[in-house]
Design a protein around this ligand. Structure first.
Ligand SMILES: CC(=O)CC(=O)C(=O)O
Ligand SMILES: [Mg+2]
Length: 218
């Protein structure tokens, strides 16, 4: 059997672990409390979508939001990884969108229900090409941006994150063992907003990667 290539991690069927409210400015814009511990949720591998295929608005949502995020690709699995060793488990990075059906999320929040249908639907995780680890020497200083139809909506730097990449790897792996090919979405900065059918999303990491996606309805 041919060896699997980590640079196509989205084909491996591994888990996507998402961190929410990791930027104080975004927590504030949605009137959420600033967390004292990471807020975690999951997306299935069927959430992945790559450039060339559209982001699909779920039939049940009329308020689909973009969230641009740094993704961390795990290269070596582990459980209860100490912070001091966390970066040894990173193979590289990807630029990611955590597409969110905000109306459904609000409804789930008000009923105390899980966010699954708001966060984990097909095409809810657009990803860029794999970014090898050496292209991002410091994951704590990565500048992210996102435009909708050429209008800048989100900018942020991972230096604003409440919980750093090594802290998140250590924290998550205490409860959920990490495996090679897993992806961690590290949360979004402020500026999230609604997208409509036919919109064009452009997003990037300054000097490293850029990607484009079209929004369509089912
Ligand atoms: C409120 C959220 O949707 C949390 C989230 O995903 C984030 O990135 O923050
Ligand atoms: Mg998010």
């Amino acid at each position: 059997m041919a060896a699997r290539n980590i640079s196509r991690f989205w084909e491996w069927g591994r888990k996507i672990i998402c961190v929410g409210r990791n930027y104080a400015d975004h927590a504030k814009e949605l009137k959420n409390a600033i967390p004292t511990e990471p807020v975690l949720f999951l997306k299935p591998p069927s959430a992945y979508v790559r450039e060339g295929s559209p982001i699909l608005v779920p039939l049940y949502s009329s308020n689909l939001h973009h969230e641009v995020e740094l993704g961390v690709v795990i290269g070596k699995g582990g459980t209860a990884i100490p912070q001091s060793a966390a970066m040894e488990h990173v193979a590289g990075y990807a630029l990611c969108l955590d597409m969110t059906a905000r109306d459904i999320q609000d409804e789930c929040k008000s009923k105390g229900l899980p966010w699954t249908l708001a966060k984990a639907f097909n095409t809810s995780c657009p990803v860029s090409d794999f970014i090898p680890k050496d292209r991002i020497p410091d994951p704590g200083n990565v500048k992210l941006w996102l435009k909708v139809n050429d209008q800048l909506r989100q900018t942020g730097c991972t230096s604003q994150m409440i919980f750093s990449v090594p802290y998140l790897i250590s924290y998550i792996s205490e409860f959920i063992s990490l495996e090679e090919g897993d992806l961690i979405l590290t949360g979004t900065p402020k500026g999230v907003s609604a997208v409509q059918e036919h919109d064009e999303l452009q997003a990037g990491i300054e000097d490293v990667v850029a990607m484009n996606f079209k929004v369509e309805r089912h």
